[in-house]
Design a binder for this molecule. Sequence first.
Ligand SMILES: [Ca+2]
Ligand SMILES: [Ca+2]
Length: 90
Amino acid sequence: MRRLACRRTKANYRELSKVLVSILASQPECDGDGNGDGIVDRRDVADYDLMRDLSQGQSSWYDLNLDGVTDSSDLTIVTGNLRHKCPKAK
Ligand SMILES: [Ca+2]
Ligand SMILES: [Ca+2]
């Protein structure tokens, strides 16, 4: 019985991994687009400010360089990509 449960768990894990990989592949990276709407614009700057305040500078959706803090380095990524249209999802 335990062996069967283990096989099911492994099969479920493999299936979930496939789904996750396909989801990740369907959303191309877009530097500076913290809100994921497909364009980097002043809304991202406003959302960056909001998320920095709400997170009190800790990690947030706008921790774009993934260093664990939401700070001016992340804002630089947003402002450096303003008006950039993101690649379309597949
Ligand atoms: Ca955006
Ligand atoms: Ca950061």
